[in-house]
Design a protein around this ligand. Structure first.
Ligand code: FES
Ligand code: FES
Length: 216
């Protein structure tokens, strides 16, 4: 199967129902896109598909075979993406950094669609979860990029403030955590090697796999 990714055509050998995230990370070796929940909730795995923000953990690779895929590795080749990265640096947004690829992708997709978003547009688009709680810094960077004066007091901004970034996403995070606990290992990674060996990676083994990936 051919994928158009970051302006290049790449041949990948994957089953059509393999999540795009696994192909990006394991087959193509681009580890900037992260695995968070695997449930289309956290946004850590966000990429752009034909300019549309897409959660790659639940996107079958065959569904994007004819599309232009952009990952964090190429984001600075895009003028808007470059501006976003510069704003992220200016406002010192990342803490651990794990969610930030997805945050930058979401910000870039929004600004490419709407160069002058309102605060409401920003809050509606920037819904990715951040376990470090960088919502105040994301809000500052986004308001800067949108040319909106950020008047939120620090104390409110730190928690996202009422109606600001973080208020909804923190609540969503609680729901995601609960949902993930119930779902358990609903999304089980199926690597080609495991499949070739007639084995599936068990849910119990997944944390180990994730740790390996996080260190990648
Ligand atoms: S890993 Fe895809 S949305 Fe969380
Ligand atoms: S910066 Fe750590 S999860 Fe967002």
């Amino acid at each position: 199967m051919q994928l158009r990714i970051n302006g290049e055509s790449r041949e990948v050998d994957a089953d059509g129902d393999t999540p795009l995230l696994w192909v990006i990370r394991d087959d193509l070796g681009m580890t900037g896109t992260k695995y968070g929940c695997g449930l289309a909730q956290c946004g850590a795995c966000s990429v752009m598909v034909d300019g549309v923000i897409t959660r790659s953990c639940v996107t079958p690779v065959e569904s994007v075979a004819d599309s232009a895929i952009t990952t964090i590795e190429a984001i600075e080749q895009d003028a808007v993406g470059k501006r976003v990265v510069e704003a992220w640096v200016k406002h010192q947004v990342p803490q651990c950094g794990y969610c930030q690829s997805g945050q930058v992708m979401a910000a870039t997709a929004l600004l490419k669609e709407n160069a002058s978003p309102s605060a409401e547009d920003v809050h509606a688009a920037m819904v990715n979860l951040c376990r470090c709680g960088t919502y105040n810094a994301i809000e500052a960077a986004m308001m800067d990029l949108a040319g909106i004066e950020n008047t939120a007091p620090e104390s409110e901004a730190a928690g996202g403030g009422e109606g600001g970034l973080g208020a909804g996403t923190i609540a969503a995070g609680v729901a995601v955590a609960a949902g993930a606990a119930v779902a358990g290992g609903a999304l089980v990674r199926r690597s080609r090697k495991a499949k070739a060996a007639g084995q599936e990676t068990s849910p119990e083994a997944r944390p180990e796999t994730r740790n390996e990936e996080e260190g990648a």
